[in-house]
Design a protein around this ligand. Structure first.
Ligand SMILES: [Zn+2]
Length: 364
């Protein structure tokens, strides 16, 4: 901020820090600070027209590059570049400036591919920076994840990054500087973004997710300074709660040989989202394995939480050598069918019915 106020900004800065530590959020905040004509010593004003446009990510002197790849709509022959996906980018980044690379690919519908910064993208960067700033004093180009830039693109950008046009700033935002092409990295001024302090992260979790203080602290510690990781932990805990209820219902009904209720259970399971169905089956596999370990008196290797442990202790006598393999096979078959987009209702009905004989096989 001081460098901005004194008008002596390095023309190419490299903000780097681990996933979820806020390097992108910081670069954005600094860009807003630079563009705001009414900034104070400590922050942008937040209410002027420039701030307003920055917050909506539509300021004409703010440019973005992010790794992309071909999608259903923008096929490979159209040479995908960030410009094609600006609407998605603005939406994803507005919703969460701690956006992760995987979340971005998910937004684009390309979870199984990696994005890249191509030579076409490099050409677009050169073209965009060809103009004078429209409204602000500077043009700012934010390049997110420069480690995804290929050699060809890097070659094209070298000169521009070394000697940008007047009143042009490059903010590169990286999660892994060791993988940025060396000639690019050496032309930037690195700014390390440290992990978020545990107490700050815990406080945020407390407010945002309404968690009790002790629990928020525990999660913040496990997240090791990453806000994204902390949110993932909260989410998987919430899912585990739901899965636990679903799991115990399934097992109790199978034990009671209540075919009709099991049919209803399967009908409901068929309505969960596909991700939920998958994570439920994986969760079930884990609880079955833990119960089996308890049964084998290998309690010290068991990893269970509160109510899971209470249930597993009562349930473990029914999971043993006689049915363990059968239960495992049934779950694995269901997971495989799900992965092949099998009919969820048939699949869960089948699983629920098999569970009756499998659980009773384990009874002594
Ligand atoms: Zn302002």
């Amino acid at each position: 901020m001081q460098a901005a106020r004194e008008g002596r900004m390095a023309h190419a800065q490299l903000f780097w820090g681990g996933e979820g530590c806020g390097a992108l959020a910081l670069a954005l905040a600094l860009a807003q600070y630079i563009h705001c004509p009414d900034r104070t010593e400590g922050d942008a004003c937040g209410v002027c027209p420039a701030c307003n446009k920055m917050q909506k990510l539509i300021h004409p002197d703010l440019h973005f590059v992010a790794p992309v790849n071909s999608t259903k709509e923008i096929t490979a022959d159209k040479k995908p570049v960030t410009e094609h996906f600006l609407a998605q980018w603005r939406e994803a980044l507005s919703a969460n400036p701690y956006l992760t690379e995987q979340e971005w690919y998910k937004t684009l519908g390309i979870e199984n591919k990696q994005g890249n910064i191509s030579v076409q993208e490099a050409s677009q960067i050169i073209e965009k920076l060809n103009y004078k700033p429209f409204e602000a004093e500077y043009k700012i180009m934010i390049i997110w994840l420069p480690e995804r830039m290929n050699q060809q693109a890097a070659n094209r950008l070298l000169k521009l990054i070394e000697e940008p046009p007047d009143k042009t700033l490059f903010f590169l935002v990286s999660e892994d500087i060791t993988r940025i092409i060396a000639t690019i990295r050496s032309r930037t001024q690195p700014v390390r973004v440290p992990p978020i302090e545990e107490e700050i992260l815990a406080k945020k979790l407390q407010e945002q997710c309404a968690l009790p203080e002790a629990h928020a602290s525990k999660l913040a510690r496990a997240a090791a300074g990453s806000y994204s990781e902390a949110l993932r932990l909260v989410q998987s805990e919430q899912e585990a709660d739901e899965h636990f209820d679903r799991f115990t219902t399934l097992m109790r009904l199978a034990y009671a040989v209540d075919g009709l209720a099991l049919m209803h259970w399967a009908e409901e399971a068929a309505l969960w989202g596909r991700e939920q169905q998958k994570s439920f089956l994986i969760y079930t596999e884990r609880l079955i394995r833990e119960s089996f370990m308890l049964n084998r008196q290998a309690g010290d290797v068991v990893y269970l939480l509160g109510e899971e442990e209470t249930f597993a202790k009562k349930f473990s006598p029914y999971v043993n050598e006689r049915n363990m393999e059968g239960i495992y096979n049934a779950l694995n078959t269901a997971i495989a069918h799900l992965a092949q987009n099998g009919n969820a209702k048939i699949l869960f009905t089948d699983l629920a019915m098999q569970m009756i004989s499998l659980i009773h096989k384990g009874k002594t």
